[in-house]
Design a protein around this ligand. Structure first.
Ligand code: ATP
Length: 240
């Protein structure tokens, strides 16, 4: 049984069809990447999973339960947690307060389990531990991305959805973010679904990946298979 499954999903924005017959499976413990050009439908796919957009066809199944019509906030409670594109760090709150916001749906705040998760986030991101009392709005882009991921982790996700975690970051910071995603997956077996324009690094990181083109899945396989696929290399990796 897959942890998360999109089955024949279609999404429309008014009369514009953004996704057609998209089927994606994510097994527990995997890192799965969605790659594709601008406008291919990657963000739309994530929003369909988090419940921010209604489907016009198909189903979303999580842990064997059809959640196609479940409210977005209830999906978060089930463990489907997104660190959004554009980061969404609260500028006036400190790092610690921002991380705390991620735990809002938990009943065990201020308990040992909560503190353990906070320690885990600070282990993954020592930079945030040093800056725990600094205002979110004064952090660098890379640090804000760390807060966004840390905040999603504070909800103890069953599946962590990351939309373009490398966007707008310097190459060295991108390396760091990708390494941390690998650690998040390796340390606790957290399942990760990742949207990336940075195809080569995403494919190197992911166990499996799907290629989206104009709202359809045109290719899928292991990260390695796609890295070696001539059509993928030509279209997305800038090499023939
Ligand atoms: P990018 O990498 O540029 O963010 P993407 O692969 O995430 O692209 P989506 O944002 O999912 O692509 O967009 C898929 C298609 O749906 C695009 O053609 C886009 O113009 C269209 N679209 C997205 N949001 C809306 C909206 N609110 N109203 C109308 N069309 C939309």
């Amino acid at each position: 049984m897959a942890l998360l499954e999109l089955d024949g999903v279609a999404v429309h924005y008014g009369r514009i069809q953004a996704l057609s017959d998209v089927s994606v499976t994510v097994e527990a413990g995997e890192i799965v990447a969605l790659i594709g050009a601008n406008g291919a439908g990657k963000t739309t796919t994530m929003r369909a999973i988090s419940g921010l957009l209604p489907l016009s066809a198909g189903r979303v199944v999580f842990e064997d339960e059809d959640i196609t019509r479940m409210r977005a906030d209830l999906r978060v409670r089930r463990g489907i947690c997104q660190a959004p594109e554009g980061r969404g760090v609260f500028p006036g709150l400190t790092v610690l307060e921002n991380l705390d916001m991620g735990a809002y749906s938990r009943k065990d705040r201020r308990t040992a389990a909560y503190r353990e998760d906070l320690d885990h986030v600070f282990e993954l991101f020592p930079r945030l531990a040093e800056r725990r009392n600094q205002a979110g709005g004064t952090l660098s882009g890379g640090e804000q991305q760390m807060v966004a991921i840390g905040r999603a982790l504070m909800a103890r996700p069953r599946v962590l959805l990351l939309d373009e975690p490398s966007m707008g970051l310097a190459p060295q910071i991108i390396q760091q973010i990708f390494r941390i995603i690998r650690d998040i997956n390796a340390d606790r077996g957290t399942t990760v679904l990742l949207v990336e324009q940075n195809a080569s690094q995403a494919l190197a990181l992911a166990h499996r990946a799907y290629v989206l083109e104009t709202g359809r899945v045109v290719q899928h396989g292991t990260g390695r298979q796609l890295l070696d696929d001539p059509a993928v290399r030509n279209a997305y990796l800038g090499v023939a």
